[in-house]
Each structure stands twice: as C-alpha cells, then as structure tokens.
Design a protein around this ligand. Structure first.
Ligand SMILES: [Zn+2]
Length: 137
C-alpha cells in the first residue's frame, strides 16, 4: 500500500504538520528515506506523533496513522500533537489556555478525519437531481 502524505494547515501557530497515512512500516521507511533515525516504537503503536528537526525547515511534526484507523486513535494523536506544538510555542496548559488546546485539537482532528475518511457528500448537481426526482414522485 502506498503512503499518502498530507500537509495539514495550522493557521494559528504555523506549525509544519505532515500526516502520513499508510500501513505500519511506512513511518520508519519515510524516516529512513528522509535521513532521520528509525522510530523503534512504531511496531507496537496504532498511530504515532513525533517531532523532528529538519535541517532547513526547522521543527516538523509527523503524525502517522494507518488507513483503517479508529476515530479514537485520531483524537489520541491530536492531543499529542496539540501538546507538542503548543509546548513548542510556549503555550502552557492552564485554565486560561485550555480553549486554545481544545481549538487546536478540533482543527487538526477535522483535517485528519477528512484526509482519512472523506465524506461522500453528493455533488450539488446530484443533490438537485435527487431532489427533483423526489418531488416528481
Ligand atoms: Zn499516545
């Protein structure tokens, strides 16, 4: 199975977040291909979030998820990602910053969910056609 890489948009902190979707060994092979040491814990994990320091891009966060991932695992990795990115940006988790964490988790969760489980919404034209058919009945 091919590995798909999705660049996620972080318009708040401008973090470079890459979502890797692929079968289990894809994280290690991606790391090796990009000159990083392998991740030893990958074999036992259902998903993984790691922070890397790229020679030219600086900090890059890599989230690996298998294609058949459960929503709960996406949520789990989003919490790790939020903790790492906000810690990096000196946003300490307190009662006052809690909303920033929650907002970041939901923004990243939505992008990951969309990348992994694209909703098959009918196109506007098909929706119109379906409505017309229903009204005619
Ligand atoms: Zn974890």
């Amino acid at each position: 199975m091919r590995t798909h890489v999705h660049a996620l948009t972080d318009s708040i902190y401008g973090a470079d977040v890459q979502l890797l979707v692929g079968a289990k060994p894809c994280l290690t092979s991606w790391l090796t291909r990009h000159g990083y040491p392998p991740d030893d814990e990958e074999a036992s994990a259902d998903g993984k979030t790691i922070e890397l320091v790229h020679p030219t891009r600086g900090a890059v966060w890599i989230v690996w998820l298998p294609p058949d991932v459960a929503l709960s695992t996406i949520a789990h990795e989003c919490v790790h990602l939020a903790a790492e990115v906000l810690r990096d940006r000196d946003v300490v988790l307190t009662r006052d910053s809690e909303e920033a964490y929650a907002y970041y988790v939901s923004a990243m969760f939505e992008q990951m969910r969309a990348a992994l489980h694209p909703t098959r919404r009918p196109s506007p034209r098909r929706r119109r056609r379906r409505r017309r058919r229903r009204d005619a009945a």
